[in-house]
Design a protein around this ligand. Structure first.
Ligand SMILES: [Zn+2]
Length: 254
């Protein structure tokens, strides 16, 4: 199964956490919408300002407003709200019946992202693709839009028009400083190729579903496990388990 596959019959759902996470995969979303695919976008967190920004971006990407969902979870506290969110995610997938679901990777970059990934994995039974956003929270400088380990990743190289689209999308979030972060990051990491992040989009089929062990190379995983954030995460996962087991549909993945 290919991640970047243009089959107009497939229904795609992108479960983002924060309005602006979609920048990482916006050219592919646009390409799918252009190709006539049914595309759904959902955000776990939003508030009024950020919802409006997400709606404007969806319009630019060609996704109809009726295909947008906002779960309204609290920024920075999604992992504490997983018990309440899980039945909502299950109802969402029952309603839209996607063939593919994409979400931010379980990569210990931001526990809100990991929480959305957990929710998707415990409410959708079909193929799940994860998108690298950034990792890991134990590091002072996080790595953007690259998996910590490349095994299984698929890369879609963007043509110039798609790169321009990505720049214009990244400028659509006046409430966030994402555009300056992207520029700063590019200058820091790639001084001779300042726009390297615009050159490709990446996904991989999710196979790691053990949410009590970081999906990272051993040294980085060990470092993550020594953080308070990881401690908080494992407690949140354990607190959400009764909700996972209640009305469990698929074999339980922990
Ligand atoms: Zn985010």
């Amino acid at each position: 199964v290919k991640a970047f596959e243009l089959n107009p019959a497939r229904r795609w759902a992108f479960c983002l956490t924060h309005p602006d996470d979609e920048i990482a995969i916006c050219a592919w979303i646009h390409r799918l919408a252009q190709s006539g695919n049914e595309v759904f976008l959902a955000w776990t967190h939003s508030n009024r300002v950020r919802e409006n920004e997400a709606r404007a971006v969806a319009h630019l990407l060609g996704v109809p407003q009726s295909n947008l969902t906002f779960f309204g979870a609290t920024d920075g506290r999604v992992c504490d709200e997983m018990t309440d969110l899980l039945p909502q995610f299950r109802a969402y997938f029952d309603e839209i019946k996607p063939d593919r679901v994409c979400c931010g990777a379980f990569e210990c970059g931001h526990i809100d992202h990991d929480a959305t990934n957990f929710l998707v994995n415990h409410s959708y039974e079909g193929p799940i693709y994860e998108i690298p956003l950034y990792h890991a929270y134990c590091k002072r400088f996080q790595r953007l839009n690259r998996f910590a380990q490349r095994a299984g990743e698929e890369v879609w190289n963007l043509e110039l028009d798609d790169q321009k689209l990505k720049i214009s999308i990244a400028r659509q979030y006046p409430s966030q400083n994402i555009w300056s972060i992207l520029r700063w990051y590019n200058l820091f990491h790639k001084p001779f190729r300042p726009m390297a992040l615009l050159e490709s989009e990446r996904m991989r089929r999710q196979t790691h579903v053990d949410f009590l062990s970081p999906n990272l190379p051993p040294r980085l995983a060990a470092k993550v496990k020594r953080t308070l954030t990881w401690y908080r995460w494992t407690h949140a996962v354990q607190a959400a388990l009764p909700a996972v087991l209640r009305e469990a549909k698929a074999p339980v993945k922990v």
